[in-house]
Ligand binder design. Structure first.
Ligand code: PGA
Length: 259
């Protein structure tokens, strides 16, 4: 049985005071009965403050990025070890903004992903096509290539131990208010699971959580989560509002995915 994972990617938003307020609001109103896993992913510099607030709650801490090298002379970068030490459990790898705005390419992302797993953390690997690629009928080719390249040399043991989550985030749906329809999303999620099965075998592919991301919100959460291969949401804008985010956590409560 796959659990659902609802993760809030706060991106480069909020002041420290507002991050603290948001984490405190989520803690105060967190539904006691949720069966979903929940992660908060603030900017690096707010991680310790958010960790302090959520450490005695079911909410886990995530980071938006990482560098793959061991600690050393890499000015401006943050290592997996530094993240683990301050309570981080999840790390985003290959978010579309890092791919398309910061220019990160698959070989770098593969190194980051493997470093995260080697540290015993869980990588949330983000994949997805642009609007032009979708219009050209290249969605599966693009997503398939990202998976092949970014997951090279990842072991079945790491997957069995739960160190990999995939997030399907169509670039055209991120921060645009356009959401993939549940059917459009399910189609790509099923394709992704098929690719994971080809790479790691069907039994392991069935254990991997595949989140949807791209203008997810309280109002569309239930219908997205009802799809057989959508195992959670990676949420940007709507994760900055307590009621919106917890609405999605509630929508995930009780939803079961057979593996
Ligand atoms: P959005 O962002 O929910 O604001 O579209 C999703 C994401 O980038 O993870």
């Amino acid at each position: 049985m796959r659990k659902l994972l609802i993760a809030g990617n706060w991106k480069m938003n909020l002041t420290l005071a507002k991050s603290v307020d948001l984490a405190s609001g989520l803690k105060k109103n967190f539904p006691a009965d949720t069966s979903a896993q929940v992660a908060l992913i603030p900017t690096f510099v707010h991680l310790p403050a958010v960790h302090q607030i959520i450490q005695d709650t079911p909410m886990a801490l995530g980071a938006q990025d990482v560098y793959f090298e061991k600690p050393g002379a890499f000015t401006g970068e943050v290592s997996t070890e530094m993240l683990r030490e301050i309570g981080v459990q999840y790390v985003l790898v290959g978010h579309s903004e890092r791919r398309h705005i910061l220019g990160e390419a698959d070989p770098l992302l593969n190194k980051k992903l493997r470093a995260v797993i080697a540290e015993g953390l869980t990588a949330i690997l983000c994949v997805g096509e642009t609007l032009d690629q979708r219009k050209a009928g290249r969605t599966q080719a693009v997503v398939g290539e990202q998976l092949n390249n970014d997951l090279a040399q990842v072991s079945g043991e790491a997957i069995a131990a739960g160190h990999l989550v995939i997030a399907y985030e169509p670039v055209w749906a991120i921060g645009t208010g356009l959401t993939a329809t549940p059917t459009q999303a399910q189609e790509v999620h099923a394709f992704i699971r098929g690719q994971l099965s080809r790479l790691f075998g069907a039994a392991l592919a069935d254990q991997i959580q595949i989140q949807y991301g791209g203008s997810a919100k309280k109002a569309n959460a239930a219908e997205l989560l009802a799809q057989p291969d959508i195992d959670g949401l990676l949420v940007g804008g709507a994760s900055l509002i307590v009621e919106e985010f917890l609405g999605m956590v509630r929508a995930a409560t009780g939803v079961k995915k057979s593996a």
